[in-house]
Design a protein around this ligand. Structure first.
Ligand code: DON
Length: 307
């Protein structure tokens, strides 16, 4: 069977999303993110046999925000295995990514690792096992994306830290239930640094290429997770990667995916490719409007089927 013309498909998304770029709005609850120019779009795709394709504003660099939560979970699973699930659940939340209410009702155990509370408790777990948690995360991205120049956008990280009250409230609530081991502000510093990792679409697709490749990163030549763990992680992305819009994304796109408020989404076709898309205009839930539209188009053209 001939391989699809991925480059032509990515090029076609650029034209298709153009009318959508003015829709929605950039995230403004983090002041430094509100400064990003809205009408930008980039997409990159990495196949399991190592081919790389990209289109749009491919040089543009952006912070990954909640897409970092997938790497946080990966590093934590490497260190804790199944015991991690004593501290964080596997169920969709059906609530906003920064909701506090469920956490109170559910005794400080976040629903899943992709909402803020879940990622923060996973960071806390990592913090207990890593001597240099910020450096280790940055290195993971650098090695897996094959670019040692990937940095943390300090302005964004500091802006998030200054406006940390909601995330700090979640961490303190978890501490009150005995589900938080380290100093809240120190863990939050690491969490915000992870969210503020800055790279381009191709680097992002490369860094997460192990998700489509049975846990193996072909750029770093590392087996990051077992094939079984990778399947499990993709299942969780399918059910919870887009927060309270996970069902809509599954219906329209049919790929496991993870979004972030910078307007980026990473999506996976297991066994075939990983794709990263970025466009800052967000819908009401906090997901990229053009990003979802581009992935929906790719999914239709490639007849992606999760089952
Ligand atoms: O902690 C926050 O609120 C942000 N650093 C990340 C949130 C995010 O990306 C959720 N995405 N949809």
């Amino acid at each position: 069977m001939t391989s699809p013309d991925y480059q032509a498909l990515l090029d076609a998304t650029v034209t298709r999303v153009k009318p959508l770029l003015a829709q929605g709005k950039v995230a403004d609850y983090i002041p430094a993110l509100a400064e990003v120019a809205q009408q930008q779009y980039a997409i990159a795709l990495v196949t399991n046999d190592g081919q790389c394709f990209y289109a749009g504003d491919s040089e543009a660099r952006f912070t990954i925000q909640s897409v970092s939560k997938v790497m946080t979970l990966t590093l934590a699973l490497q260190r804790y295995g199944e015991t991690l699930w004593q501290r964080v659940g596997k169920e969709p939340s059906g609530t906003a990514f920064n909701s506090l209410t469920q956490l109170e009702f559910e005794h400080g155990i976040p629903r899943n690792p992709f909402i803020n509370a879940g990622a923060i408790v996973t960071c806390d777990a990592l913090f207990s096992r890593l001597s240099a948690p910020i450096h280790s995360m940055l290195e993971a991205f650098r090695i897996q994306a094959g670019n040692s120049k990937i940095i943390i956008d300090k302005k964004v990280a500091n802006s998030e830290y200054e406006h940390r009250h909601r995330n700090a409230a979640m961490a303190h609530l978890m501490k009150s239930f005995g589900n938080f081991d380290n100093q809240v502000d120190e863990v939050l510093r690491a969490y915000f640094s992870y969210c503020a990792i800055e790279l381009n679409a191709l680097e992002l697709a490369k860094a997460y290429s192990y998700l489509s490749n049975h846990g193996f990163c072909q750029f770093s030549k590392q087996q990051l997770l077992t094939a079984r763990q990778t399947k499990q992680l993709n299942s969780l992305l399918f059910t919870s990667g887009l927060y309270d819009a996970a069902g809509d994304f599954a219906y329209r796109v049919g790929m496991p995916g993870k979004s972030g408020v910078s307007g980026t989404i990473v999506a996976v076709v297991p066994g075939k490719f990983t794709v990263a898309v970025w466009s800052p205009g967000l819908d009401k839930v906090g997901n990229s409007i053009a990003g979802i539209a581009a992935l929906e188009y790719l999914s239709m053209q490639l007849d992606v089927c999760a089952f």
